[in-house]
Ligand binder design. Structure first.
Ligand code: 13P
Length: 251
């Protein structure tokens, strides 16, 4: 069975004090739950956040990106090995903001996935179509392409470690959410792609998260869908009360 997950992608927000305050507040009010809770703070705070979360077995820490290189003369880059060495557990790969503003494409993203797995980091691989692509009814093809090119070289053991997040670009930070039915359609499609490639057992074990303006006011309908295992939350993960509420709703 796939795990239930609520992950908070903070993006480039919060100074150090604000970051630590947010984590303390969430941990203080953490519901008693087996739902996996993930904090994805900026790199700088990973080590400290991981230390704060160490006693909570269901709370994990993720980086928001990693280099596709192993190590060496790549000024400004952070490697998967470095991330693992400060006790982070996971890494977000292929977020649409990385694709759009930093030109990351599937070839590089598949390398990032490999690097993450090499150093025992669980990848959270993001996919999603733009508004133009949806209007042109290309969304299924886009998503199939994003998944097949960056993930389908993996063997079964590695594929089982991957979490997939469907984040329609038109719903990120816009206040506009996919309807539960729209999201479920894509999640079921992703599950089918996984089933065709890896078989039903593995497909059912992989968590598929929804992301894009997901907040307490609209999460209930989304989380009720059969193939939506949880959320990758942006804005609402920056407010302790909202993030805790979302964890409660997914528990
Ligand atoms: P918002 O929840 O702010 O729309 O962001 C979603 C997202 O991009 C999470 O990775």
């Amino acid at each position: 069975m796939s795990e239930k997950i609520i992950a908070g992608n903070w993006k480039m927000n919060k100074n150090r004090n604000e970051a630590l305050d947010l984590v303390s507040s969430v941990l203080q009010d953490l519901p008693d739950t087996s739902t996996k809770v993930i904090f994805a703070p900026p790199y700088l705070y990973l080590e400290e956040v991981a230390r704060m979360c160490a006693d909570f077995s269901n709370v994990k820490v993720a980086a928001q990106n990693c280099s596709h290189f192993d190590k060496g003369a790549y000024t400004g880059e952070i490697s998967a090995q470095m991330i693992a060495s400060v006790n982070a557990d996971m890494v977000i790969i292929g977020h649409s903001e990385r694709r759009e503003y930093f030109g990351e494409e599937e070839l590089i993203l598949s390398e990032k996935v490999n690097k993450a797995l090499k150093y025992n980091l669980q990848p959270i691989y993001c996919v999603g179509e733009s508004l133009d692509q949806r209007k042109a009814e290309e969304h299924f093809d886009i998503i199939e392409n994003q998944i097949a090119k960056a993930l389908f070289h993996l063997d079964e053991e590695n594929m089982k470690k991957v979490v997939i997040a469907y984040e329609p670009v038109w719903a990120i930070g816009t206040g506009e959410t996919a309807t539960p039915e729209q999201a479920q359609k894509i999640h079921a499609f992703i599950r089918k792609l996984l089933t065709d490639q890896y078989g039903e057992e593995i497909a059912k074990s992989i968590s598929i998260l929804y992301g894009g303006s997901c907040k307490p006011a609209n999460a209930q309908g989304l989380f009720a869908q059969q193939d939506i295992d949880g959320g990758l939350i942006g804005g609402a993960s920056l407010v302790a009360e909202d993030f805790v509420k979302l964890i409660e709703m997914r528990s």
